[in-house]
Design a protein around this ligand. Structure first.
Ligand code: GDP
Length: 459
């Protein structure tokens, strides 16, 4: 996704600033201009970007900062906070409760991915123990009911709609009533998509909302709409009380910055993002981890939670301790690979780690990546596991230069791989070791503690 490019540009601007010997007004301005350019290129609304720049300048007053202050850290923190602020309207969206009927209405332009997202949203909650149901109140588009029916049947979710009835309000009300009687606790109403902002269709949407009294209205937005995002989202909000946003097609080539604009226009949080056409290509959206990832800082809180989920309790303190000492040995890499293979959807885990995402684990090539990791592990199985008085075990080395030619030949022979593959594995190790050296001094959080780890990391 192009948002990754935005992240890359921002990280580069920060890096350039770090390279400067003295951080003065000129260096700060250059850095902010670079970030501004990157945000505008990603389709974030101009006013938002300008406000962000003004706010950062207000917070970072270089004259007031005493010599001892780490200016780079303060600036980086201010940028992190401002990006979070852009994406966080300051109020959470309504969350449906299990066992209590909630009505959630979906609105959005035709083609935005609304119908697909209704099913993804239902499926996501069904897996978590809700009893969802789908109502097709889209009588405008021929085939809308069939599409919803097909998706719902596939996911085994009850649905309601009609081929004959042309009044969307009537269908919506009947559907909601039917499913309330059936004790469904999450009743999802899909409304007609609009080609553009047509008054009559907005009126219809308002009527459906008035008749069904939704607990939450979700505005679905295609991430590729670019600068139009702000106006479009605002037009919807003026007709119905939008309470949350879902941004779709984040897997494509969209610039994605429109998401930030939609949040500002609707004053509602993004709650999920769509990352593909399939039912489970749907992710919960969390502001801080997202911005951390965007800035290449890694999603440490998500990563730590994953570690807590899959690494046996008794091994956690030891692993984290080793990492916090910043001594990333080949053995640690081996253990990490083991964990990663256990952690399931592999690219998701990797994208949480700083610097990893695209290179080792390109999306859509999970099988290949997994095979590569297994290959590396086979080679590492041929390395010495126990040291002696004069020599460390090869696996405990953090300096591959010490592993000389004859050792490399032995590892290749032992694992049935080529020498160049062993060399490639060491290159991968060196790359990871460099990234993980940043973990030195890491404060280790307890389970669920979404601490500002990313900030510690970049201190
Ligand atoms: P609606 O007119 O707003 O109801 O849109 P649909 O749900 O019919 O979706 C329009 C097209 O977008 C369909 O081909 C969907 O498969 C596709 N789509 C929806 N969400 C996503 C997504 O997150 N990623 C990708 N790549 N395609 C999506």
């Amino acid at each position: 996704m192009v948002l990754a490019q935005l992240g890359g540009s921002i990280s580069r601007a920060l890096q350039q600033m770090s390279n400067a010997t003295v951080i003065d007004e000129k260096v700060l301005n250059e850095c902010l201009n670079e970030i501004t350019r990157a945000l505008l290129q990603s389709d974030v609304q101009f006013k938002l970007v300008r406000d962000m720049q003004t706010n950062i300048k207000k917070i970072v007053n270089l004259d007031d900062l005493a010599a001892g202050h780490n200016k780079r850290k303060i600036i980086q923190q201010a940028i992190f906070n401002e990006l979070c602020k852009m994406l966080d309207p300051g109020k959470p969206s309504f969350t449906p409760k299990k066992g209590k009927p909630s009505v959630v209405m979906f609105v959005g332009l035709q083609g935005s991915g609304k119908t697909t997202t209704c099913t993804k949203y239902a499926y996501y909650h069904q897996k978590k123990g809700w009893k969802p149901a789908l109502v097709c109140a889209d009588t405008f588009r021929a085939g809308a009911f069939d599409q919803l029916k097909q998706n719902a049947t596939k996911a085994k979710i009850p649905f309601y709609g009609s081929y004959m009835e042309s009044d969307p309000v009537k269908i919506a009300v009947e559907g909601v009533e039917t499913f309330k009687k059936e004790n469904c606790d999450l009743i999802i109403v899909d409304t007609s998509g609009r080609h553009k902002q047509e008054a009559a269709l907005f009126e219809e949407m308002r009527q459906v909302s008035e008749a069904t009294k939704p607990d939450l209205v979700i505005f679905v937005m295609d991430s590729s709409i670019g600068q139009a995002a702000f106006d479009q989202a605002q037009a919807f909000r003026q007709s119905v009380s939008v309470g949350a946003v879902i941004v779709t097609k984040m897997d494509g080539h969209a610039k994605g910055g429109g998401a930030l604009s939609a949040v500002a226009a609707t004053k509602s949080p993004v709650i999920f993002i769509g990352t593909g056409e399939h039912m489970d290509e749907f992710e919960v959206f969390d502001v801080k981890p997202f911005v951390s990832r965007l800035l290449g800082m890694g999603d440490w809180s998500g990563f730590m939670d994953k570690i807590h989920e899959v690494v046996p309790m008794d091994q956690q303190p030891e692993l984290l301790q080793k990492l916090s000492e910043g001594n990333f040995t080949l053995r640690i890499m081996y253990e990490q690979f083991q964990n990663i293979l256990k952690m399931g959807p592999i690219s998701q885990v990797f994208s949480m780690l700083p610097g990893f995402s695209a290179e080792l684990m390109p999306k859509g090539r999970e099988k290949e990546s997994q095979a590569k990791i297994k290959r590396y592990m086979t080679m590492m199985d041929s390395m010495t596991n126990e040291g002696n008085l004069t020599c460390l075990a090869e696996l405990d080395s953090s300096n591959p230069k010490l592993i000389n030619e004859s050792r490399i030949m032995r590892i290749a022979r032992g694992s049935g791989r080529q020498i160049k593959e062993v060399m490639e594995m060491f290159e991968e190790y060196k790359r990871l070791a460099k990234i993980w050296s940043k973990m030195k001094g890491l404060k280790i959080p307890k389970k669920g503690e979404m601490s500002a780890l990313s900030r510690n990391m970049n201190a």
